[in-house]
Design a protein around this ligand. Structure first.
Ligand SMILES: *Cc1c(COP(=O)(O)O)cnc(C)c1O
Length: 222
């Protein structure tokens, strides 16, 4: 597994699309992360807070750390100092905690609303109505230390490429709907659609992804 070659190949495939590459580094050792960094890939995605903190402490400080996995409110404080984007916001309560912890560090943390798009029972995420409820709430409007910058979704784990494509397309459509319904302001800017993983990142890019989250296609299987 040549990490640099894999990154170059994926970046070449993504050239001409709007998608930027997030290297999903969960469970991988520091050498692998350093190899990705040396290959000019400086946006890393982790799904566990503690693991991300440990890696952040020792790796170069210009890495952008994205939390992509399900997040419990009591973990937010450990990463509020440095996390660049949280992809997995799935409740108002979690958003309130992010806002609170970010304020302690005088930061504004970029967040994505995780939207449920898959035909599966196991995936986390908000329905479209639940997402609107958050955006319409007085609590959200009062928040000063978070900024919702878009949406994230995970397609069904299936070989059916057409189903995956339709699920990504539905997320893009929802993104465009929200963008037209809500006027941008200090804590709301619709600019990111986080969708696509190792098996489907090109479909996602074709359907308008701005952030693909790729792990095993770079680092090998976990
Ligand atoms: C692990 C993970 C990925 C990357 O998965 P691969 O199939 O290895 O590319 C992407 N998104 C989330 C939320 C993940 O947990």
């Amino acid at each position: 597994m040549n990490i640099a070659e894999n990154i170059d190949k994926i970046k070449a495939e993504l050239a001409g699309t709007s998608a930027r590459l997030i290297a999903v580094t969960k469970t991988k050792p520091l050498e692998d992360l350093q190899a990705a960094y040396d290959a000019n890939c400086t946006i890393f995605g982790e799904n566990k807070v503690q693991e991300m903190v440990q890696k952040w402490e020792v790796l170069p400080k210009d890495i952008e750390w994205h939390l992509i996995g399900h997040l419990q409110s009591n973990k937010v404080k450990y990463m509020a100092e440095f996390v660049a984007m949280i992809h997995s916001v799935d409740s108002l309560k979690l958003l309130q905690e992010i806002d609170k912890q970010a304020s302690k560090h005088n930061r504004v943390i970029d967040c994505l609303l995780q939207i449920y798009i898959a035909q599966e029972e196991t995936k986390f995420g908000l329905s479209e109505d639940e997402a609107r409820e958050i955006l319409d709430s007085e609590e959200f409007k009062a928040m000063k230390n978070i900024r919702i910058v878009g949406v994230m979704g995970m397609a069904t784990n299936t070989d059916d490429q057409e189903q995956i494509r339709l699920e990504f397309r539905s997320l893009k459509t929802f993104f465009e709907t929200l963008k037209s319904e809500y006027s941008a302001n200090e804590n709301l800017q619709f600019r990111e659609i986080s969708m696509g993983m190792s098996g489907d990142f090109m479909i996602a890019a074709e359907e308008g992804s701005t952030l693909v989250r790729v792990g095993s296609a770079i680092f090998g299987s976990r």
